[in-house]
Design a protein around this ligand. Structure first.
Ligand SMILES: *[C@@H]1O[C@H](CO)[C@@H](O)[C@H](O)[C@H]1NC(C)=O
Ligand SMILES: *[C@@H]1O[C@H](CO)[C@@H](O)[C@H](O)[C@H]1NC(C)=O
Ligand SMILES: *[C@@H]1O[C@H](CO)[C@@H](O)[C@H](O)[C@H]1NC(C)=O
Ligand SMILES: *[C@@H]1O[C@H](CO)[C@@H](O)[C@H](O)[C@H]1NC(C)=O
Ligand SMILES: *[C@@H]1O[C@H](CO)[C@@H](O)[C@H](O)[C@H]1NC(C)=O
Length: 344
């Protein structure tokens, strides 16, 4: 438009000038030309600033989706780029995040295992979140809780925030997991949650640990505080002093019940992406932890835990009625539990 206007002016000024005062006319033409130039320049500048502003706004509104480099197509469902409501992922916004759940039973080393995972700078395992009953009262509260955890909005001491590359929780089979297994499997498979099963092979050792732990809940020999896990050999020694007596009538039915529960859980969750770990294998061979890190696709690191094992050495030292237990289990499918399985 500005150009048209100027052309028009030039045209109108192209009329043959009267020869009387050429200087005045020249001055007029020059002035018009200058006005035109300034006018065009201001319009140009205005348009320039509009377009840069618009481009700037675009960047803010339309975020570029994060690219998944080096991710095989079959892995895509397991790779996430959460956008937490509670903080910004800052420079790690486009680092992929994997979701996981450790499915286990009480006194199977999952507390220890979790401290190992959390010693990794990129893993956040948020503990036994469903030990709090209202969170597992129905499938809607379960899904709501899981959504919050997997969106990195569940803030615990384990949260690594920005640069978390694997986020999860520890979940006991009897914490609504088996009860709501159908919906939870559906959730795991649709959200791409990987499952880490962590069980104990020697269920007799586990039983002793349960009895000792429940004794500690009442007796509290550690200065009046109940501790399920300890961080010093001294504390471990005090806790291991207590020797439970195992009711031999209930022994085999109890062992069978735990075995059936874990078999059932493995069956229910077999369609998920999963790995099966045994506490004994990790104790014996720490390279198992590399397998776990590869499974979670996090960079390999040395993992460590400050926890100290409470019941060390031979099982016979940790129960009151060892002879009866031996008699009860000899010749049954559980006989292997009374033999030494590892040395620490
Ligand atoms: C689920 O439990 C929560 C809390 O206990 C309750 O408020 C909600 O109404 C329940 N929802 C359904 C669908 O039962
Ligand atoms: C792990 O965390 C570090 C430091 O917070 C970060 O620099 C790195 O990018 C993270 N790695 C992954 C794979 O997210
Ligand atoms: C109990 O507390 C005292 C003083 O705080 C401390 O010296 C001692 O080691 C504690 N004992 C145990 C078993 O933790
Ligand atoms: C073992 O448990 C059974 C069943 O609960 C009970 O009848 C029996 O008295 C218990 N035995 C001992 C020695 O406590
Ligand atoms: C430890 O486990 C790895 C695989 O997880 C295996 O390759 C290695 O041979 C094992 N080492 C021992 C001493 O059993």
């Amino acid at each position: 438009m500005a150009d048209d206007f100027c052309l028009f002016l030039k045209d109108s000024l192209n009329i043959k000038p009267p020869k009387k005062s050429p200087l005045v006319l020249r001055m007029i033409v020059l002035t018009f030309a200058m006005v035109c130039g300034v006018y065009i320049c201001t319009i140009c500048l205005k348009q320039l600033s509009y377009s840069t502003k618009a481009r700037f706004l675009n960047v803010e509104v339309v975020e570029m989706p994060c690219e998944s480099h080096n991710v095989e197509p079959f892995e895509k469902p397991y790779v996430h780029y959460p956008k937490p409501k509670t903080f910004s992922r800052a420079e790690c916004a486009c680092n992929p995040v994997r979701l996981f759940a450790i499915l286990s039973t009480q006194r199977s080393g999952s507390g220890w295992f979790e401290t190992l995972l959390n010693s990794h700078m990129n893993i956040s395992s948020n503990g036994e979140i469903f030990s709090v009953k209202p969170r597992r009262s129905n499938i809607s509260t379960i899904v709501e809780t899981l959504d919050k955890i997997y969106n990195l909005d569940w803030l615990t001491s384990a949260s690594k925030n920005e640069c978390t590359a694997a986020v999860g929780l520890k979940w006991m089979l009897n914490q609504g997991l088996v009860q709501h297994h159908e919906e939870i499997v559906k959730y795991f498979n649709s959200r791409g949650v990987s499952v880490i099963f962590l069980f104990r092979k020697n269920l007799l050792r586990r039983m002793i640990s349960i009895l000792a732990n429940s004794y500690d809940q009442d007796a509290k020999p550690l200065n009046g505080t109940h501790k399920s896990h300890v961080h010093s050999p001294h504390e471990a020694e005090i806790l291991a002093k207590y020797k439970p007596t195992i009711n031999t009538t209930l022994l085999i039915p109890n062992l069978r019940q735990v075995e059936e529960m874990t078999t059932k859980a493995l069956e229910y969750f077999k369609s998920t992406r999963h790995i099966i770990l045994y506490y004994e294998d990790i104790i014996k061979n720490r390279t198992k932890l590399i397998e776990v890190q590869d499974f979670l696709k996090v960079p390999r690191r040395d993992l460590n835990s400050r926890q100290v094992k409470i019941h060390k050495g031979s099982l016979s030292d940790h129960v009151e009625n060892w002879d009866d237990i031996q008699k009860t289990l000899t010749g049954t499918p559980y006989e292997s539990f009374i033999h030494e399985d590892y040395k620490i």
